[in-house]
Design a protein around this ligand. Sequence first.
Ligand code: PLP
Length: 389
Amino acid sequence: MGEWQRALRAEFPIIAGHPELSYLDSAATAQKPQAVLEAVQAYLTTTNANAGRGTYPWANKTTSLVEETRDRVKRFLDDPDPERSAVHFTSGTTDGLRTVARDWLPQLLADGDEMVVPVADHQANIAPWLEVQRQLARQGVHIRVLPMPYQRSSGDYDHRALESVTGPRTRFIAATHVHHVYGGDMNIHRIRRAVGPDAVVCLDAAQSVGHLPVSAAELDVDFIVFSGHKAMALPGSGAVWARQARGPVFTPGGWSGTPNTVGIASLAAALDWLAAAGTDRIERWTVALAARLTDGLRRLDAYEILGCQTSLAADAAVQRRRGIVTFRHRAVDSGDLGFILFSHGFMVRSDNHCQGSAGERTGSVRVSLHVYNTVEEVDRLLSVLTSLG
Ligand code: PLP
């Protein structure tokens, strides 16, 4: 895969232009390939106009771009029923989850219903659901919130415990595809098995879309919400894919104004680029790098790895960790470690990563990898971390 990766890495001007630096923060935002930069430039210099509001060619082309991008999102997500489903453009995952909560969830829930909230996931996938609970309570509709059960040792959901806490009144489950701190694939197919055929599952796919194949058909979920900027498009772009098979029809309410047409143009180009590169190969590359890093870190007593401690080896039969590795030095503050690593050219995230109330209490360093990262970068990082041990 080395040749394949080298060719793709060269397509990222910001990466190729800074060989002295290592960008290891793709879970925060991904870098953009030349094709995305060119698509943005081409759109703004040839057809920029408003969408759905004109009769002249630029406006018509922009309207078509928006509609075609909806179809691209459906194809990219392996939509099992594209005639029925809907794609709504948002400014990112936070906005998308909030839109599902505000404009759709209250119609689903009745007094005495239950919903599952993933309390150790990203804040963006917790706060909107609790706000709906509060809002409905003010109207006399009482919803029970069941905290998603976790297996602390692996960073995964505890699917067996989920099965025992949920029942016929559990109508809605908010879940995350890949955990933004623990890096684990959260085994979403097991949620459907645990909660039965009728509950609605809303998936925060911020850390999976663009990093691995995401198949709506295989996952059997009802919403997939993601950020364009984490999938190589511009900031301010993102989407909610709604299956429209369970519960009320998703029709985001209100007048939403001018869409982010430049963001949508960038998203179309990014999805095309990712599909051509192959999300399966991107996944294999980043999983291999993450395994190399976790294996190396495990040998260093000075560090504690968060999340899954088993099946991390590159040759393990079950590799649950995706391209995110989070750790702490047992003696050095994580914020300080972030500064030290940057003095060696590594850009990592070091704080508490916007985790919910049941998340980690102290900060940690997160290394998140993408297709432009290399084995040499991981080895160099390991040698710097070893020297600090
Ligand atoms: N959900 C997860 C799992 C994330 O990692 C993030 C961002 O880090 C978000 C939601 C929020 O994404 P955005 O800031 O693009 O809205």
